[in-house]
Design a binder for this molecule. Structure first.
Ligand code: NAD
Length: 364
């Protein structure tokens, strides 16, 4: 089992203290923070796994999949030995693997709670993809399980580690275009058929759970406030075979305590990736706002509009996100996007669905 001191030592952060107590020799090699990735689908294999190479502290050390061929293929590609490859059936024995500090859950949404709780019970820290779970009750159970085990729980909100979004937060909350009055946030894509995202049993919902959550999360991080009221309308063509069990469009209005309003788009049949923060004196525009790369920002202030370039970060958003959990465990601090952040989105999404279904404003 890896305790805090050994991780502190391994990251080199507690070196002086460890040396003073004689637990670590100066020549000891630093052991990076080891992740096991659970679910070897598109996001795991195309975005997360290739980006460990840019990390300062995090390393991919184990793989979990229900498909033996994927374990073989990615195990060979990433140098993960057979002893560090697990099926869903053998997953719990990961407890006995001291190289694994954290489990990164990148499965269909309805499986997040089970694997997060099993990981915590196996004495591992947890990184879990968004949406954290498919219900508020599940989100609460995940937080409780990690707390009981004394383990950190972080949600994969990568945008919080991306420099354009970090600057937008700073400018918006700092009143760069005057106090914020309105946020518009749009996220959507044209969903392809035959995938778990369109099966409510696995996704927990349609565009809102998958992509509209970016509009919601942006409205919350750009304001730093929690909405007090939501109002939503849904538009779904139930004759479209994609939308038998999940919604297509669900657009919503959020009211924040300071008087800021956010008008948010969530769609599975049209393409959007943008937000705009409008203040009394201008606006901050991001389009695309939350892509994997290629963000673009423009600012209107004092009557003129100009692009704002942001220098590239040394670590990209994926590497910085992966390192953040390692840094938090080493320092004994909470992640900036803990389980509670995922739970806050789940609570607002539940209210959005209720508002649309009951055709009324819902107070939070
Ligand atoms: P995907 O379909 O590409 O991968 C899902 C993986 O889960 C596959 O390897 C599949 O084999 C496995 N799986 C296990 N049991 C399954 C079951 N019963 N049905 C279907 N698949 C099963 O999906 P993805 O796009 O990689 O999404 C996975 C998670 O990552 C989701 O929660 C999604 O919201 C999240 N995600 C996050 C981002 C981001 O930018 N943060 C981007 C994409 C996806």
């Amino acid at each position: 089992m890896t305790d805090r001191r050994s991780i502190l030592g391994s990251l080199g952060l507690g070196l002086a203290g460890a040396m003073a107590t004689g637990t670590l020799k100066a020549a000891s090699p630093r052991r990076p923070f080891g992740y096991a990735v659970v679910g070897l689908g598109s996001y795991a294999t195309r975005q997360i796994m290739p980006n460990f190479k840019g990390c300062d502290h995090a390393r991919l050390v184990a793989l979990v999949s229900g498909t033996p061929e994927k374990l073989e293929r990615y195990g060979a590609e990433y140098g993960i030995p057979p002893t560090h490859r697990y099926s869903y059936a053998t997953f719990d024995t990961i407890r006995d693997n001291p190289d694994v500090d954290a489990v990164y859950v990148i499965l269909p949404n309805a499986m997040h709670a089970e694997y997060t709780i099993r990981a915590a019970q196996a004495d591992k820290h947890v990184m879990c993809e968004k949406p954290m779970a498919v219900s508020v009750a599940e989100g609460e159970a995940m937080i409780a399980a990690c707390r009981r085990a004394g383990k950190r729980l972080m949600i994969g909100y990568r945008c919080r580690f991306e420099p354009h979004n970090q600057l937008a937060i700073e400018l918006a909350r700092g009143g760069h275009v005057g106090p914020t009055r309105l946020i518009t946030a749009e996220h959507g894509f044209n969903a392809r058929t035959n995938q778990w995202r369109l099966d409510r049993a696995l996704s927990g919902g349609g565009s809102l759970m998958d992509i509209g959550i970016y509009s919601l999360n942006a409205a919350r991080y750009l304001t730093g406030e929690e909405p007090v009221e939501v109002s939503a309308i849904e538009a779904t063509d139930r004759n479209d075979p994609r939308f038998r069990t999940v919604e297509d469009r669900i657009n919503f209005l959020l009211r924040f305590p300071s008087g800021i309003e956010a008008v948010c788009v969530s769609s599975y049949s049209s393409n959007h990736n943008a937000y705009r923060v409008t203040g009394t004196d201008g606006w901050i525009d991001m389009e695309p706002a939350t892509p994997y790369e290629g963000h673009a920002m423009r600012i209107r202030r004092d009557g003129s509009t100009a692009p704002r370039t942001v220098p590239p970060a040394r670590r990209n958003q994926f590497a910085a996100q992966l390192d953040h959990l390692a840094e938090c465990v080493a320092a004994g601090t909470a992640p900036i996007v803990p389980g509670e952040e995922g739970l806050a989105d789940l609570k607002v999404m539940a209210a959005i669905y209720r508002s649309a279904a009951e055709r009324r404003h819902v107070a939070l």
